[in-house]
Design a protein around this ligand. Structure first.
Ligand SMILES: [Zn+2]
Length: 764
């Protein structure tokens, strides 16, 4: 059967199965409409399990297609990614200078695999890798390649980097795409490195000079200068060019292969990574049919939970009705990398499970078609089989969350600049880690989507969201005026969307705190130093609200005056918290509650000198307010989010979660009690709730790889019931154990005895 016939057959078979019901003729007519729409659902909306054998140049001599076909079956894989062309071709290409893979030897490996997959009812993403070429190509078209200011080509190793503004992208790559479509009919295309040279390298080739001049009337900037309008324009221009390439490639593949023959590139799970490669996530998701996510491993600082979060963040842009397959390394990837050694199965498994909990689709990934470490072939299968059995609960669902954590790529670019990790990512990580630790469901929300998406939230968090546009600021204000809570930290709203300092916080009227010295707002060196340094500073908790004093007395404490504020719950036995950051003065409006003040640094060594030189200042670290008729606002100038992200001190995480609960007026739809680090993801489908509990408790939680899984439990879970869920019937889809649910006052209560790696609770 040729591929086209095969696809027609598959479509017909799907229709026949769905239509194989006994129906009266009128009902059948109505059903026919539904069947038509179900079978019309394109392949990229229904391919839930993926696999990839990334072909090395030696593989044409040893690729055992029969073995891999069995592996597709064993793992219930529905779609595969197959190397086709770009740097090298895995088929006999006629496109000039499209070099054959070293050991191809005339074999049509791509064609054979594509045919085999279609025979097995498996869809094919033809994989391109299109940003570099060998020397003979460079010598034929030196003007198609990226150049430094001196006119020397940019290289990586022996290869030359093609310029995104050259005919390499406009003509050469489209010619390859057309050839592959016409000859093999893959369902679509993906591309590993489609976006060319990254942000850290400027191309001065003739094409770039000419096109940038046409766009801006300026020369290509001489170097990096975030304050230079020409450099900012160069950044924006680069983003726009990648979007043009995205559109061009999609036009090309759809024109050649039909409207469902999509080109999907690949994207990262890291916003800083997207920035460095000029990939505008919001714009890409606005035009993408699915996202192929190249985000293979965890790192120690962000953990497995980063994978679930990546799923939620991208779905927030793409929509929850679309799919996000994620490449998951079955080999030891990350630090260190061993391409042909198995990743310890518990490590690979946890990354997969947390991603699935966040709405990602699994995509096993091996480098090379033959392995002497065969253990890696056993990792995916049990996860994939479980996924197949329960797939109806894993897609087409809406997340339920009480908290929206606000982000924007422009903030990473223009506030983060060259220090996005300390300025943007660490505060983000601290806040989200505090939320996960407190088992409070949250969703990332793009700052441009607050009006659209924040309706379900009790609270928005701005984790040091320094760069905000006036429009974004207005959205936050509307949210609070409607009664929503706000936790803002650090320098949130202090700069505009280009990273230019404002004279005061744009949200100063909500914070009820103002910049005392506008010069500090524009002091980039100070900002970076404070974000990167840890100094011996403290926060003094509001003494007026201390309820008791245990321990030795100095005789100078102020009198006890009343109840302590609820955000300081758990800190009854301390008047100070370790801090580590630096705070400057702020003007605080009358009537605001300042619950923590800054204690400046004093010596650590020698111990004889370790006493506070200035035990009390009026520099505020935490300010609370309630807007009349509106929400509760916590403004935390102290960068406890960044500190928690970096230092992991429980005091910082606890204060953050106390602030979140207070500002959300405790309107949080999930509570999970029991020891352990558990990543909770809650979803709604019509008539039922779906809760993932991913057990991240392990000796390797903050140090990869995980060697073994350690069970937790019992867990006591309470979930607020939406109107269409009765909440009395319960299924546990991992352990298969029986459990009972009891319902009181619109909440369902469940006890789960034990969770090894994950549990999926379905409540109806
Ligand atoms: Zn160029």
């Amino acid at each position: 059967m040729n591929p086209t016939t095969r696809r027609t057959f598959l479509k017909q078979a799907a229709t026949a199965t769905l239509a194989g019901l006994s129906l009266s003729s009128k009902a059948a007519e109505r059903k026919d409409l539904k069947v038509a729409s179900a079978s019309a659902r394109p392949w990229y909306r229904r391919t839930l399990r993926w696999g990839q054998t990334n072909i090395t140049e030696i593989d044409p001599t040893r690729y055992d297609i029969g073995w891999w076909r069995k592996h597709w079956k064993r793992t219930q894989t529905q779609g595969i990614v197959v190397n086709a062309g770009g740097i090298v071709a895995y088929y006999p290409s006629r496109v000039p200078l499209h070099r054959q893979a070293q050991r191809l030897g005339g074999r049509d490996l791509f064609g054979e695999l594509c045919h085999a997959a279609h025979e097995d009812g498996v869809v094919v993403f033809a994989r391109m890798d299109s940003n570099r070429a060998h020397e003979e190509f460079y010598l034929a078209h030196p003007d198609w390649f990226a150049m430094d200011a001196a006119g020397k080509p940019h290289k990586t190793g022996e290869m030359f980097i093609s310029c995104v503004n050259s005919p390499y992208y406009d003509d050469h790559i489209p010619a390859i795409l057309r050839e592959i479509v016409e000859r093999y009919h893959p369902e679509g295309f993906t591309d590993n490195s489609w976006s060319g040279l990254g942000r850290d390298t400027i191309c001065y080739c003739g094409n770039c000079r000419k096109k940038f001049q046409e766009r801006s009337g300026e020369d290509i900037p001489h170097g990096k200068n975030w304050n230079d309008p020409a450099y900012r324009e160069w950044i924006r221009w680069n983003y726009d060019r990648r979007l043009e390439i995205w559109d061009l490639n999609n036009r090309t593949t759809k024109a050649a292969g039909g409207p469902d023959c999509i080109w999907a590139g690949m994207n990262s799970g890291s916003i800083a990574g997207q920035c460095e490669r000029f990939r505008d996530y919001k714009e890409i998701c606005g035009r993408a049919d699915l996202i192929m996510l190249d985000h293979q491993v965890r790192n120690d600082s962000s953990g497995f939970q980063h994978n679930g979060e990546a799923g939620k963040l991208i779905h927030g842009l793409l929509g929850w009705d679309r799919l996000i397959p994620e490449s998951m390394a079955m080999y030891q990837a990350g630090k260190p990398t061993f391409r042909v050694a198995s990743k310890p199965a518990p490590e690979a498994r946890m990354w997969m499970l947390d991603g699935i909990a966040g709405g990602l689709q699994p995509w096993w990934h091996h480098v090379g078609a033959y392995h002497e470490d065969r253990r890696m072939y056993h990792t995916a299968e049990p996860v994939y089989r479980w996924h197949k059995d329960h797939e109806e609960f894993l897609v087409n669902r809406q997340p339920i969350a009480s908290v929206g954590v606000v982000w924007s790529q422009q903030n990473t670019d223009f506030f983060g600049r060259d220090d996005a990790d300390a300025l943007v990512e660490l505060p983000w990580r601290g806040v989200t880690q505090a939320l996960i630790r407190a088992r409070i469901p949250y969703l990332p929300v793009h700052a441009d989507h607050i009006d659209r998406d924040a309706g379900q939230f009790s609270l928005l968090v701005l984790p040091n969201l320094g760069a905000m546009s006036d429009v974004q600021v207005a959205s936050v204000r509307r949210f609070v005026e409607r009664g929503g809570g706000l936790l803002a930290t650090g320098e949130s709203s202090l700069l505009d969307e280009w990273g230019d300092p404002r004279s005061d916080f744009a949200l100063a009227d909500l914070f009820r705190a103002h910049v005392a010295d506008p010069r500090r707002a524009g002091d980039e060196a100070r900002r970076k130093k404070n974000a990167n340094d840890t100094v011996h500073t403290y926060l003094r908790l509001s003494p007026e609200q201390r309820t008791r004093v245990d321990g030795p007395q100095t005789g100078t404490e102020p009198p006890v005056t009343g109840e302590r504020h609820e955000v300081l719950r758990g800190f009854e036995e301390t008047d100070i918290l370790p801090f580590g950051g630096v705070l400057g003065p702020l003007r605080v409006d009358a009537g605001s509650q300042v619950l923590a003040t800054f204690v400046p640094a004093f010596p650590i060594y020698p111990p004889e000198t370790a006493w506070m030189r200035e035990p009390k200042t009026d520099v505020p670290g935490l300010i609370l307010n309630t807007i009349a008729g509106g929400g509760r606002i916590a403004f935390l100038p102290a960068d406890l989010d960044r500190r928690f992200g970096r230092d992991n001190l429980p005091d910082h995480g606890n204060l953050l979660s106390n602030l979140i609960r207070w500002a959300a007026k405790d309107a949080i739809s999930l509570a999970v009690e029991g020891a352990g680090l558990i990543d909770c993801h809650l979803y709604h489908q019509p008539g039922r709730l779906i809760l993932h509990l991913v057990n991240l408790t392990s000796a390797g939680t903050w140090r990869q790889p995980v060697h073994e899984l350690i069970p937790v439990g019992p867990l006591h879970v309470r979930i607020k019931l939406p109107a269409d869920v009765r909440g009395k019937s319960l299924r546990l889809l991992v352990s298969g154990r029986k459990a009972a649910a009891s319902v009181t006052h619109g909440w369902s209560r469940v006890e789960i005895k034990s969770v090894l790696d994950h549990e999926l609770v379905v409540l109806t």
